[in-house]
Ligand binder design. Structure first.
Ligand SMILES: [Mn+2]
Length: 358
C-alpha cells in the first residue's frame, strides 16, 4: 500500500515536470510568434478569435476527468501568461528602454549636457508676462552660473477665463533674453502648428502634463530638431508616460527629457502628489534624463526645498521650479512661485545638498 502510494506520488512529480517542460515550450513558441509579429508590425494584443479556436480544439479533445469549464479556466491562465510574456518582450523592444540602450542618453543644448550625471536645474517664471519680468529672473539665474530658463508663452489653463499667455510675443521675449543673457530657454508648446514657429525662438520644447497623450503633438515633436521636455500627465501611469516618450523618439527625435510633476490622488494637502518613486523607476526603465518639477507637484512654497532635496537624493537629473520677481501679482501660479530672495536661499540650500551628494 505504502509502496503504491509512493509510486503514484513519484509519477505525479514526473507529470508536473512534463507539464513544466510543455508550458515553457509553449512560452517559447509564443515568443517566436511575437518576434514575427514585431517584424511584420502586427499588433501583439489579445486576439479573441484565435483564442476561441484554441479553446474549441482543446475542449473537443477533452476526455475528462476535468469538466470543460475547468479546462478552459486552466488554459485561459496559460494563454494570459503567454500574452504577458509577449508584452514584456515588447517593453524590452521600446526605443526608450534601458534594455535596448544601457547607457544614458546625454542631451547637449548649447553646450549644456543633460543626462551625463551632472545636475542641471530649470528655473523661471510660470508665464512670460513682460521683458522686464523675465529679465529679472534671467539676471538671477545667470548670477548663479545656471543656464536653463523656463517661461510659459502658451498656457493651457484649467479655466478659459484665466491668463492664456502672450503666445508668439512671449517666445520673442524669451529669444531676446536668451541672446542677451546667454541662456537656454524652455517653453511649452500646445499645437503642432506652433511647434514649427517655436523652434526659431526657443531651445527646448516643453510638452505639458495636459498634453502628454496628445499623440499628434508628440509625433510632431518627434519631427523637430530640438530637445523635448515631456511632463508626466496628471493621471498617467508610468507605463503610459514611457509610451508617450516612445511616440517622440520613434518619430525621430531621441532628445527627450522626462519630468515628474505630481499625479492626481485623493490627497488635498498638496496640489498633486509628487510620485518620487517614479524617478528611479524611469531611470531604470529608460535611458532618458529625469527631472522633477517641485512647483506644480506640491503647489506649496514651503515644500519646494524638501521635495527638491528628495528628488536629488533619489537620483533626479535636476529640478524645475518657478521663480517670479513679484509672485503676489503673478498672472498664474501666484501661490507657489518663489520671489528672488527666496530663490537665492532655495538655491543655496540645494547646492549645499548637491555638494554633499558628490
Ligand atoms: Mn506654473
Amino acid at each position: 500500500m505504502t509502496n503504491q502510494f509512493e509510486q503514484l506520488r513519484n509519477q505525479l512529480d514526473e507529470v508536473n515536470l512534463e507539464i513544466l517542460e510543455l508550458i515553457n515550450k509553449r512560452a517559447s513558441l509564443v515568443q517566436e510568434i511575437g518576434q514575427i509579429k514585431t517584424k511584420q508590425s502586427i499588433r501583439k494584443e489579445f486576439d479573441p478569435v484565435r483564442e476561441r479556436e484554441m479553446l474549441d480544439l482543446i475542449t473537443a479533445k477533452n476526455t475528462g476527468p476535468f469538466e470543460n469549464s475547468t479546462i478552459v479556466h486552466i488554459f485561459k491562465e496559460i494563454f494570459k501568461a503567454g500574452l504577458e510574456l509577449q508584452e514584456e518582450d515588447h517593453q524590452k523592444a521600446l526605443l526608450v528602454s534601458r534594455k535596448r540602450q544601457p547607457e544614458n542618453t546625454v542631451i547637449d543644448i548649447k553646450g549644456v549636457k543633460i543626462g551625463n550625471g551632472n545636475i542641471n536645474h530649470v528655473f523661471g517664471p510660470c508665464a512670460v508676462e513682460s521683458y522686464d519680468q523675465v529679465a529679472q529672473v534671467a539676471e538671477s539665474i545667470k548670477g548663479k552660473g545656471l543656464k536653463l530658463l523656463r517661461g510659459g508663452a502658451f498656457k493651457p489653463r484649467t479655466s478659459p477665463y484665466d491668463f492664456q499667455g502672450l503666445g508668439l510675443e512671449g517666445l520673442q521675449i524669451l529669444k531676446r533674453i536668451a541672446d542677451e543673457y546667454d541662456l537656454v530657454t524652455i517653453s511649452e508648446i500646445v499645437t503642432p502648428t506652433d511647434l514649427e514657429k517655436a523652434v526659431e525662438y526657443i531651445d527646448v520644447i516643453q510638452i505639458g502634463a495636459r498634453n502628454m497623450q496628445n499623440f499628434e503633438l508628440l509625433k510632431a515633436a518627434g519631427q523637430i530638431d530640438k530637445p523635448v521636455l515631456l511632463k508626466r500627465g496628471l493621471s498617467a501611469t508610468i507605463s503610459e508616460y514611457i509610451n508617450a516618450a516612445e511616440y517622440i523618439v520613434s518619430s525621430g527625435n531621441g532628445n527627450v527629457i522626462l519630468c515628474e510633476r505630481g499625479i492626481r490622488t485623493y490627497e488635498k494637502a498638496t496640489r498633486n502628489t509628487l510620485d518620487i518613486s517614479a524617478v528611479p523607476i524611469l531611470k531604470q526603465e529608460t535611458h532618458l534624463p529625469v527631472m522633477v518639477d517641485v512647483t506644480h507637484s506640491t503647489g506649496r512654497r514651503d515644500l519646494l526645498l524638501p521635495t527638491a532635496r528628495a528628488a536629488l537624493a533619489i537620483g533626479a537629473d535636476g529640478i524645475m521650479a518657478e521663480v517670479h520677481p513679484d509672485p503676489a501679482v503673478a498672472l498664474s501660479d501666484s501661490a507657489q512661485q518663489m520671489d528672488i530672495p527666496t530663490f537665492d536661499r532655495f538655491y543655496e540650500e540645494l547646492t549645499d545638498l548637491e555638494n554633499r551628494l558628490k
